[in-house]
Design a protein around this ligand. Sequence first.
Ligand SMILES: Cc1cc2nc3c(=O)[nH]c(=O)nc-3n(C[C@H](O)[C@H](O)[C@H](O)COP(=O)(O)OP(=O)(O)OC[C@H]3O[C@@H](n4cnc5c(N)ncnc54)[C@H](O)[C@@H]3O)c2cc1C
Length: 90
Amino acid sequence: MIEKTDVVIIGAGPVGLFAVFELGLLNINCHLIDNLDKVGGQCAELYPEKPIYDIPSRPVVTGQELTDELIKQIKKKFSIKLVMLVTILV
Ligand SMILES: Cc1cc2nc3c(=O)[nH]c(=O)nc-3n(C[C@H](O)[C@H](O)[C@H](O)COP(=O)(O)OP(=O)(O)OC[C@H]3O[C@@H](n4cnc5c(N)ncnc54)[C@H](O)[C@@H]3O)c2cc1C
């Protein structure tokens, strides 16, 4: 099956997740691809419980909380097309 989209983002870490939101503000659709089975990149996979102190406006947030809130931020305004367990080879 062929699916059309405007942008393909490789990597569902915090940068990829925020890119989905920013592109949504510009009315640009995207698909988000990751080789892991969950979103959040290093934050969710390597240190979900570790406190992070260097996110603007957040005195402290864990890796998993940051991931959950990035997803919440997207879903409040836009839909998200996730493609998990796929490795992009270049
Ligand atoms: C232990 C630890 C503690 C940290 N603590 C902090 C902190 O307190 N504050 C801070 O600012 N930063 C911290 N960092 C760094 C921070 O996690 C990274 O800067 C951040 O995760 C980078 O986000 P990213 O979205 O660019 O990439 P990543 O989080 O690395 O996500 C990239 C995603 O892309 C996927 N991917 C990569 N290649 C492919 C491919 N070819 N095909 C499909 N999927 C692919 C990966 O599976 C991954 O899910 C820490 C890092 C570690 C390891």
